[in-house]
Structures are given as structure tokens and as C-alpha cells.
Design a protein around this ligand. Structure first.
Ligand SMILES: NC(=O)c1ccc[n+]([C@@H]2O[C@H](COP(=O)([O-])OP(=O)(O)OC[C@H]3O[C@@H](n4cnc5c(N)ncnc54)[C@H](O)[C@@H]3O)[C@@H](O)[C@H]2O)c1
Length: 251
């Protein structure tokens, strides 16, 4: 097992990719705090864990500093340390996010608050604990929309571009403390986040066609990469983006 003895915080662990990563970490021996704004969803993740008592659900809105501080303190109260942070929680306001001139300011504010302020706050308040533990690993869940596939979703894509930059800046600033920070660039993945897009057959086919493999991702597809980046196996990797997008990056 590759994460034995480690304590991980996974944000947005009540659904989709975050839930899959939380459960995958437990299978590798980690103890996990499943943080989510939706407590019932985080509790369901704990229920699905293969090892009882290894997932603690905590309600936290990552865009609120007081929630994030409470999340870190609660984790250390229970398990004494933080070794891994997965900044996964995000929203995409499909149907309201839009090209720039049509974008409602409130949609911009809400999206940036969760998707960029959230990872900033979680990183900021986890760092002292990661440093105290002698180092650690931060894994950010990025998106091709943060590079060149962002058209039509100004707020979401900009938030993900910011997260990619945050990944590199944190990697540079904290390497001397043995804190590594990397990003997984997830391709279109079948989760509740994009359910409304996938209901339209034409959009589904277009998203499937983005990948030369001809299919959408599953949340479980991202777990081995997350385990690798969280573990010592990736000890020489920092500030890097790892693509798990079905090859869409080549198109
Ligand atoms: N699904 C995709 O196609 C896709 C593609 C690229 C990147 N991503 C990224 O993967 C990550 C996970 O997405 P997903 O598809 O699993 O989404 P999802 O909607 O299935 O899960 C997101 C979870 O985050 C939680 N959440 C939302 N706002 C929160 C907040 N303020 N504080 C705490 N928790 C909050 C939700 O309650 C939910 O449980 C996101 O960062 C997303 O941007 C997803």
C-alpha cells in the first residue's frame, strides 16, 4: 500500500472525482477527511469506504476562510497531521457561464470564489501543517478549459487557468520545505458536474470525440494518477501538469 500512515484532505469528496480519489486513497492505506459543502454527500462517501473509520466526513465550504481553518484544525485534532491535500471541489454553472460580454458578474464571482479562492484558502491553511509534517503533496484538479479548450465558459475556464498558475507558484515557493504541488488535467469525465451537458446527445458525441480514445472519462480513471502524485513515487515531480484526458490534448 502506497499511502499507509498518510492523512489526506480531499475537497469536494461527496461526488464524482473527489469521491473516487478519497475511496482510492483509503485502499492505499491513507486516512481521509472527505470535505464537502454537502455534508450528506460526504457522509455517503464515508459509508462507501472499504475500511471503516478511515473516512471522516466534514462539512466545509472551501470559499469561506473560517470553514477552511476549521477543516484543517479538525483534521489535525483527529489525526495529528496533514500530509496530502487534494484541491478538487469546484462548480461549473452550465447554462449561466458564458462568453465574456454576456457573462453575469455574479456567475463570475461565484465560480472564482469556489474554484480559485477555494484552492488558495485550502492551500494557505494546509501549508503550515504540511511543512510541520516535513513535507507533503498537493494535488490540484485542473482542466483543459484552463488551457485552450475554454471557449464559452469564461468564469470556469479562467478559474481553472488560475489554478494551473497557483500550482506552479506554490511548487516554486514551497519546494524548499519538501512540499510538492502538481495538477491533474482531467478530460471530460462523466460526473454530476457535466450531467446537464451530457443530456444533449450532440454535445455528448462532441465531448466523446475530443478524445482519440472515443469515450468520456470515468472518475475512477483519475485515481491511479492521484495516488501516484500523493505518494513518494512522484518525489521528483513538482509544478507539473499530468494529463488524463483521453488524449484530447493532442487534438
Ligand atoms: N467532470 C469533468 O468533466 C471534469 C473535467 C475537468 C476537470 N474537472 C474537475 O474535477 C473536479 C471534480 O469535479 P466532478 O466532475 O467530480 O464534480 P462533481 O460536481 O461531481 O463534484 C464536485 C463536488 O464538489 C462539491 N462542492 C461544490 N462547491 C463546493 C464548495 N464551495 N465547498 C466544498 N465543496 C464543494 C460538491 O458538493 C460536489 O460534491 C473539479 O475541480 C472539476 O472542475 C471535472
Amino acid at each position: 500500500m502506497r499511502l499507509t500512515g498518510r492523512v489526506a484532505i480531499v475537497t469536494g469528496a461527496g461526488s464524482g472525482i473527489g469521491r473516487a480519489i478519497a475511496l482510492g486513497f483509503v485502499k492505499e492505506g491513507a486516512r481521509v477527511v472527505a470535505a464537502d459543502v454537502n455534508l450528506a454527500a460526504a457522509q455517503e462517501t464515508a459509508t462507501q469506504s472499504s475500511v471503516s473509520g478511515y473516512v471522516i466526513p466534514i462539512q466545509a465550504d472551501v470559499s469561506r476562510a473560517e470553514d477552511v481553518r476549521r477543516l484543517m484544525d479538525a483534521t489535525v485534532d483527529v489525526w495529528d497531521q496533514v500530509n496530502i491535500l487534494v484541491n478538487n471541489a469546484a462548480i461549473q454553472l452550465i447554462g449561466r457561464d458564458a462568453p465574456c460580454a454576456e457573462l453575469d458578474e455574479a456567475v463570475w464571482e461565484q465560480t472564482l470564489a469556489v474554484n480559485l479562492r477555494g484552492p488558495f484558502l485550502c492551500t494557505k491553511y494546509a501549508l503550515p501543517y504540511l511543512i510541520r509534517a516535513g513535507g507533503g503533496s498537493i494535488v490540484n484538479i485542473a482542466s483543459p478549459t484552463g488551457f485552450d479548450k475554454g471557449a464559452g465558459f469564461t468564469a470556469y475556464s479562467t478559474s481553472k487557468g488560475g489554478l494551473s498558475t497557483l500550482t506552479r507558484v506554490v511548487a516554486l515557493d514551497y519546494a524548499r520545505h519538501n512540499v510538492r504541488c502538481n495538477a491533474i488535467v482531467a478530460g471530460a469525465t462523466e460526473t454530476p458536474l457535466i450531467t446537464s451537458l451530457l443530456e444533449d446527445d450532440e454535445t455528448r458525441r462532441r465531448l466523446e470525440a475530443l478524445s482519440p480514445l472515443g469515450r468520456l472519462g470515468k472518475a475512477e480513471d483519475l485515481v491511479p494518477l492521484a495516488v501516484y502524485l500523493a505518494s513518494n513515487e512522484s518525489s521528483f515531480a513538482t509544478g507539473a501538469h499530468f494529463f488524463a484526458d483521453g488524449g484530447a490534448v493532442m487534438q
